[in-house]
Write a new protein. Structure first.
Lengths: 314, 295
C-alpha cells in the first residue's frame, strides 16, 4: 500500500514536468515577439524592454527554462507584469473564496446527485429514471453562465430570495452571510457536476443491483433502503469516485465562468483578468496550479478506492 | 416573412426520407425531435442572411434596448441593433467554429492515436504528453491560446482543438491496441503489406464507429467552449456576432433586458442538447454494449 502511494506520487513528477514545459513553450513558441504579444499593439520600445527584462526573454531558451524552473521549485511563481505584486501573494489573497465555493459545490453536488442516481437505478425505466436522465442531458447542454443568469433572474431578481452578486467570507462575516451569497453560484456550478455524477451513479448502481448478493440481501429481509445504500452503493462507489475526480476539471472551468457571472473575487476572476491583460506570469502560475490540483485530487481519489472497496489492494 | 422559421419543403422531405429507412423507426421520439431541432437550427443559420429582417451590425442610437416591436420581434441590444437578426446570424460563426474544431481534433487525434497504438516505442512518450495535456483545464488552456494568438476564427478553432486532441488519441489508441492483435493484421503483415497500408486500410476502419460518437460530443463541447470563450472576452472579435458575443454584450444590461442573454442562450442550449442526444443515439446504435450498461 505504502509502496503504491509512493509510486503514484512519483508518477506525478513527469506529468507536472510536461505541463510546466508546455506552459513555458506556450508563450515562447507563439509566432511573433513574446514581449510584443504581452504588451499589446500600443507598446513603446521601453515597455517592451522592461517586459523582456522582467521575464528574462533576452536569455537563450534553455537558460530561460532552467532559471524559471529553478525559481518555480523554490515556490517563486514570478511577479505580475501589471501590478508588480508577487504572484504567490496574489493567489494567496484570492484563493479562499474559490476554495470555499468549490467545497460547497462538491458537497451540494454529491448530496443531490448520488440519491438521484440511486433512485433512478432503483426505479429503472420509470418516470423518475427518465426525469433523472433528461436532467442529466440538460445539465451537460446548457452553458454554465446561462444557468447562472437564469438562477439570478428567478431566485435573486423575481423572488428576491438571495442577493444578485457578491461574496462574503465565512470567517469574517459569518457562515450565514457566506451561504446567503454562495448558494446561487454553488448551485450553478453544481448543475453540470450533478448531471455527471447522477449519470455515473445510475449506471454503476444498475450493474450492481443485478448481482446475486443483492437478491440474497432482499431475500433475507434486509430493509430496501439498507440494500440500496449499504449493500449496493458501497459496491458501486468506485466508478462514482472516479467521475468525481475527472469531473474536477469541469469544476475548474466552471469556477472561471461562475466567478465572472456572480462577481466573486476568487482565482477564476484573477485568471480571466490576467488573460485579458496578458499578464503572462499569472497565467502560467494559474495553469500550473489548476493542473496540479487536478492531478493531486485524482491521486487522492485513486488511493481512497481501498476505503470503499477493500477488494482493491495495491 | 421574418417569422417564417418553419423548415422549408426540402428539409421536410429529407426527414421523411430518413423516416423510411428501416430500423430508424424504432428509435423513438427523442432522437427524431433532436434531429429535427438541429436541422431547423442549421437551416435557419444557413439562410440567416435572407431571414434576418435587419442588418445585424446596423446601430440605431435612438432604439437602444427597446422591447419587442412589430419591426423588431425581440427588441434591440445596447447599441440599437436588432436582437432577432443578431441571434439568427450569430449561429453561423458558432457552428462554423464548432464543426471546424470537431473535424480538426478528430483528424489530428486519429493520426496521433494510430501511431501511438501501433508503435510501442512511441506509445509511452505520446501517452505521457497526452495525460499531461489532459491535466490542464481545457478552458484555461483555450483562453490562454486565444490571448496569445489573437481573436481570429482560426485561432479560436485551434484553441478549442488542442485540449480535445488527447481524448481522441486515447480512444483511437485503445481501439488500435485491441485490433492490432487480430489475425487479419498479422496476415497483412505476413503478406508484406506496407506499414501505412496496415494503419490506414486495416486498422483505421475499426476506429470509425467510436470516432463518429466521440466527434459528435466534441462538436457539442466545441460550440459550448466557443460561447464560453466569447462570454469571457477571449473569443472571436466582438464585431462578429456569435451567440457568445451577444451574451457577453448583454451581461451589463441583464437586469434591464435579460432577453439579451436568454435568447442566444436558448438557441445555444437547444443546439448543444440536440447534438448530445444524437450522439447518445449514435452510441447506442453503434455500440449496443454501452446501452446495456445503461450509461
Amino acid at each position: 500500500m505504502l509502496g503504491y502511494i509512493i509510486r503514484r506520487i512519483l508518477a506525478i513528477i513527469p506529468v507536472m514536468l510536461i505541463v510546466a514545459i508546455f506552459v513555458f513553450l506556450l508563450l515562447r513558441l507563439t509566432p511573433g515577439d513574446p514581449a510584443a504579444i504581452i504588451a499589446g499593439d500600443m507598446a513603446t520600445p521601453e515597455q517592451l524592454n522592461r517586459i523582456r527584462e522582467a521575464m528574462g526573454l533576452n536569455d537563450p531558451l534553455l537558460v530561460q527554462f532552467f532559471t524559471w524552473m529553478g525559481r518555480l521549485l523554490q515556490g517563486d511563481l514570478g511577479v505580475s507584469l501589471i501590478s508588480g505584486t508577487d504572484v504567490t501573494t496574489m493567489i494567496g489573497q484570492r484563493i479562499f473564496p474559490t476554495l470555499n465555493m468549490a467545497l460547497l459545490t462538491i458537497v451540494i453536488a454529491v448530496m443531490i446527485a448520488v440519491p438521484m442516481g440511486v433512485v433512478a437505478a432503483w426505479r429503472h425505466r420509470s418516470w423518475v429514471d427518465y426525469a433523472v436522465m433528461s436532467f442529466s442531458v440538460l445539465g451537460f447542454s446548457v452553458p454554465v453562465f446561462v444557468i447562472g443568469y437564469l438562477f439570478i433572474l428567478v431566485f435573486a431578481i423575481s423572488l428576491d430570495w438571495f442577493p444578485v452578486q457578491g461574496y462574503a467570507s465565512p470567517t469574517d462575516k459569518g457562515v450565514l452571510a457566506f451561504l446567503d451569497r454562495a448558494i446561487l453560484p454553488a448551485l450553478t456550478l453544481a448543475t453540470i457536476y450533478v448531471a455527471l455524477i447522477a449519470r455515473m451513479t445510475r449506471a454503476s448502481m444498475l450493474e450492481v443491483l443485478g448481482e446475486d448478493y443483492i437478491r440474497t440481501a432482499r431475500a433475507k429481509g434486509v430493509r430496501e433502503s439498507k440494500v440500496l445504500f449499504r449493500h449496493a452503493l458501497r459496491n458501486a462507489a468506485v466508478p462514482i469516485l472516479t467521475v468525481i475526480g475527472t469531473g474536477f476539471a469541469l469544476l475548474i472551468s466552471g469556477v472561471v465562468v461562475t466567478e465572472s457571472v456572480f462577481n466573486i473575487p476568487g482565482i477564476g476572476r484573477l485568471t480571466v483578468d490576467a488573460i485579458l491583460a496578458r499578464d503572462y506570469p499569472v497565467i502560467q502560475a494559474m495553469i500550473l496550479l489548476t493542473s496540479g490540483t487536478y492531478v493531486v485530487v485524482n491521486l487522492i481519489i485513486d488511493i481512497s478506492y481501498t476505503i470503499f472497496d477493500p477488494r482493491i489492494r495495491y | 416573412m421574418a417569422m417564417n422559421s418553419v423548415p422549408p419543403a426540402s428539409a421536410m422531405q429529407s426527414v421523411l426520407r430518413l423516416l423510411s429507412i428501416p430500423g430508424l423507426k424504432k428509435l423513438g421520439v427523442g432522437p427524431l425531435l433532436a434531429a429535427l431541432v438541429l436541422l431547423a437550427i442549421v437551416i435557419i443559420t444557413l439562410l440567416s442572411p435572407w431571414l434576418a429582417p435587419h442588418d445585424p451590425l446596423e446601430m440605431q442610437p435612438l432604439l437602444r434596448l427597446k422591447g419587442p416591436m412589430p419591426d423588431y420581434p425581440l427588441g434591440t441590444d445596447p447599441y440599437g441593433r436588432d436582437l432577432y437578426s443578431r441571434v439568427l446570424i450569430g449561429g453561423r460563426v458558432s457552428l462554423l467554429i464548432g464543426i471546424g474544431a470537431a473535424v480538426v481534433s478528430v483528424l489530428i487525434g486519429l493520426l496521433i492515436g494510430l501511431v501511438a497504438g501501433f508503435f510501442r516505442m512511441l506509445d509511452t512518450i505520446i501517452m505521457r504528453i497526452m495525460d499531461s495535456l489532459m491535466a490542464i483545464p481545457s478552458i484555461l488552456l483555450a483562453i490562454a491560446l486565444v490571448a496569445l494568438n489573437g481573436p481570429s476564427i482560426t485561432s479560436v478553432i485551434m484553441a478549442i482543438t488542442i485540449p480535445e486532441i488527447p481524448r481522441v488519441v486515447r480512444l483511437v489508441r485503445s481501439v488500435v491496441l485491441t485490433a492490432r492483435e487480430e489475425p487479419y493484421v498479422e496476415a497483412a503483415q505476413a503478406l508484406g503489406s506496407s506499414m501505412p497500408k496496415i494503419l490506414f486500410q486495416h486498422l483505421m476502419p475499426n476506429t470509425m464507429a467510436p470516432l463518429i460518437v466521440q466527434g459528435t460530443y466534441i462538436l457539442a463541447s466545441a460550440i459550448l467552449t466557443e460561447a464560453i470563450l466569447s462570454f469571457l472576452g477571449a473569443g472571436v472579435s466582438t464585431e462578429i456576432p456569435t451567440w457568445g458575443n451577444i451574451m457577453a454584450e448583454g451581461r451589463q444590461y441583464f437586469r434591464i433586458k435579460p432577453e439579451l442573454i436568454l435568447w442566444p442562450g436558448l438557441m445555444l442550449s437547444l443546439c448543444i442538447l440536440s447534438i448530445n442526444l444524437l450522439g447518445d443515439t449514435a452510441r447506442d446504435m453503434l455500440d449496443p454494449r454501452l446501452k446495456k450498461r445503461g450509461e
